[in-house]
Design a binder for this molecule. Structure first.
Ligand SMILES: C[S@@+](CC[C@H](N)C(=O)[O-])C[C@H]1O[C@@H](n2cnc3c(N)ncnc32)[C@H](O)[C@@H]1O
Length: 216
C-alpha cells in the first residue's frame, strides 16, 4: 500500500483551507460534537488536538471549558491560518503527528478528529501520542469507520485517487492498533453524518508503563 508523505497531505489541505469550514459545515458539526462530548474537558487540564485543521474543536473546547489549556498541531500552515470569517488558530504548532515537538508526559488528554486516515505509520503516531500523554492520560480518537459501508467504499476509492489518503479502519481494527500502542479502550461510539460518513469515537487510556493491551 502506498503511504502518503507529509508534503502530499500538506498540499492537499493547503489547497482547500480557505473554503474548508463552509464546505464541510455539516460534517464538522456531526464529527466534532460527539468528540467533544467524549472528551469532556476538565478545567485546568492540558489537551492536545492532533491534526486540528482550522481549529473548530479547539474553539469549542475554549467555549465550553475556558480554563482548559488546549494546543493544536497540524501539518498545514494554511489550515491554521485565518481566512475571511474565521480567526487564525491560536496556540497551534506546525508539526507531524509522527514526530511531536513536546516533552514526555506533557498532556492530560490528546484528541484527534478526521486525521488518522492520513497517518502513514499509525502505530508510530499512536506511540508518539502515548509518549506525550501522562500515564493514564486519555486519547479520544474520531475517524472514518469502515463499519459503515458507504465510508468503506469512499475510502477504497480515495486510496486510488487521492495521494494524501492512507486508509480507514473499522472500530475493531482501530482498537487493536490502540492496544498494540499501549492504550486500553474505555468506550467506542459509532455515529454518522448523512448517508455517506460513518465515524467511530474511541476513548482510550494510556497504560501507565505503555505496555500493549489485548483488544477484542
Ligand atoms: C480532514 S482534516 C480534519 C481537521 C480537523 N481535525 C477537523 O475535524 O476539522 C485532516 C487534518 O489532519 C491534518 N493532518 C494529516 N496528517 C497529519 C499528520 N501526520 N500530522 C499532523 N496533521 C496531519 C491535515 O493537515 C488536516 O488539517
Amino acid at each position: 500500500m502506498k503511504r502518503p508523505d507529509p508534503s502530499t497531505v500538506r498540499k492537499q489541505y493547503s489547497r482547500q483551507a480557505a473554503a474548508y469550514d463552509a464546505r464541510w459545515a455539516a460534517y464538522l458539526a456531526d464529527s466534532i460534537g460527539p468528540t467533544l462530548e467524549a472528551l469532556a474537558p476538565v478545567p485546568g487540564e492540558r489537551i492536545l488536538d492532533l491534526g486540528c485543521g482550522t481549529g473548530m474543536l479547539l474553539r469549542k473546547i475554549a467555549a465550553t471549558s475556558p480554563t482548559t489549556v488546549a494546543w493544536g498541531v497540524d501539518l498545514s500552515a494554511e489550515m491554521l491560518r485565518g481566512s475571511p470569517g474565521r480567526d487564525a488558530v491560536t496556540g497551534a504548532t506546525l508539526a507531524d503527528a509522527h514526530h511531536l515537538p513536546f516533552g514526555t508526559g506533557r498532556f492530560d488528554a490528546v484528541v484527534s478528529t478526521s486525521s488518522l486516515h492520513h497517518w502513514h505509520d499509525p502505530r508510530g503516531a499512536l506511540l508518539e501520542i502515548g509518549r506525550v500523554l501522562k500515564p493514564r492520560g486519555r486519547l479520544v480518537l474520531t475517524d472514518w469507520a469502515n463499519d459503515h459501508l458507504p465510508t468503506r467504499i469512499v475510502s477504497a476509492v480515495l486510496r486510488h485517487t487521492d495521494a494524501s489518503h492512507f486508509r480507514s479502519y473499522t472500530a475493531r481494527e482501530a482498537r487493536r492498533l490502540l492496544g498494540a500502542a499501549g492504550f486500553e479502550t474505555e468506550s467506542t461510539r459509532l455515529h454518522r453524518s448523512g448517508w455517506k460518513w460513518g465515524f467511530f469515537t474511541i476513548v482510550a487510556t494510556r497504560s501507565p508503563d505503555g505496555s500493549p493491551h489485548r483488544a477484542d
